[in-house]
Ligand binder design. Sequence first.
Ligand code: GLU
Length: 555
Amino acid sequence: MDDNQKLAELLFPDVTETVEDLERRFPQRALPEGAKVTRFAPSPTGFLHIGGLFSAFVDVLAAKSSGGVSFLRIEDTDKKREIADGVSGIIEGFRAFGVDFDEGVTGFGTEKGDYGPYVQSCRAAIYHVVAKKLVQEGLAYPCFCTEEELTALREKQEAAGTLIKGYFGEWAACRNLTFAQQEEKLRSGAPYVLRLRSAGDENRKFTFDDQIRGKIEMPENITDAVLLKTDGIPTYHFAHACDDHFMRVTHVIRGDEWIASVPLHMALFRACGFRPVKYVHVAPVMKEDEETGGKRKLSKRKDPEAAVSYFVEEGFPKEAVQEYLLTLINSNFEDWRRANPASSLYDFPFSFKKMSQSGALFDLVKLRDVSKNVISRMDGETVARYTLEWAKRYDPDFYAVISADTAYLTRVLSIDRGTAKPRKDISVWSEVQGSVSYLYDALFEPDYALPDNLSNADASQILRAWEKVYDAADDKDAWFGRIKDLCEPLGYTPNVKEYKKNPDAYRGHVGDVSTVIRVAVTGRRNTPDLHAILGVLGEARVRARIAEALAVYEQ
Ligand code: GLU
């Protein structure tokens, strides 16, 4: 046994599996040519950033549109960032907006797929197999330097003004320990980290082909980066190489803050004997800065809309969020959608190359607009179902009112839907209450204020006349015909054009007459189709509301 072999046995006496065993345990996936295997790999912080949802969408799209596989892996090697059950909140965000991974973590303590475990803290044995091989081949070594020694090293480098700082070359004190020295330290129980023995040369450059940015040239990595921390837990870098290799990932889609680490990652793939993955570095989601007018990153601290939970709580329909994110991912999505209104998102010919390098601009106003359109295309039953689902969780008082009679809720929400020009007054489920409250006696808070050209006496006269002719059996034309017939005897004209020509000849026009009826019945001036509203309320409630309004106008 040579010294490297002896060292490997000393460091990993319990590791009996080999890298070849792992290669067999996690075989190449049987997928069609060109199929992409992607993953989203959050830390379990309980917080899902909108940028995370954006990036996860890219993972799923890239996989689905190529006949590949996407999965969710939890990266919990940094215990400082972790919170108790930080997984459920993340999964809930994905579920709410229809990001559907094929494999991986499915909940707190649950997962599916053959390439797991999908939680890094359960993969220690796998990392140790690879680490052992690196030690056997002389490509990794234990480093016993203490925090103080590392600080002293940094200070020396500062003083010497070295261009590159860190643990490398002649600065790397533990790199050249003899086996006897290593053995002695290990036997004394000295804590250690495992480091890569870098073969890089700072004067050599390499290029890689980023799928969004194209060719990027960088100098090789020369630092002896930490692979395993003192507790045997891998660093992000080492876990990335092992996991993305054995989970057979083809495209690593991740934040562009990782570009700087590519030289190290390339070195790790090479040292481990793994074929490198393709990288897709995604720029952060941006927001227009109100103060400067420029772009800045959406900030978890400053912007409530940075959190995916904000969109769940507000009640954005998942279809709207999906459509909007797609327009941010590839700007040609909108044109494609216009040409293919009924197609699935996953039929869109999505491309990495069309993604923004500087960061897509997230615009809440635009999202609301998309959402209004998406909801306007839904039928009353669908809107009712979504509203109930949302209210049950986020507005129990409203839920109590609307869930008592879901058939009535559907009728309420069907007003002005399914027509050529459907209503577009709702962009989120939390707006439904404001939009329909007048159709519920329990929520009815009328504002009887009239336009300036109408007095309380005018209103009283119109309502008293209308009460007499109102027939709940009338269709829309007959109903409106009766309102027109009321006009002349009361001094209004049924003809709006005529009124505009001769305003002094009339007290007002048919619009004023119907406004008075609208205000009396609904307690507001703007509503969808009044005839439909009267039908939903029913004759008894309409007459009761006219009586209530008359009591106010005739005080
Ligand atoms: N866990 C890493 C992060 O949260 C993921 C980076 C990657 O996707 O490789 O930043």
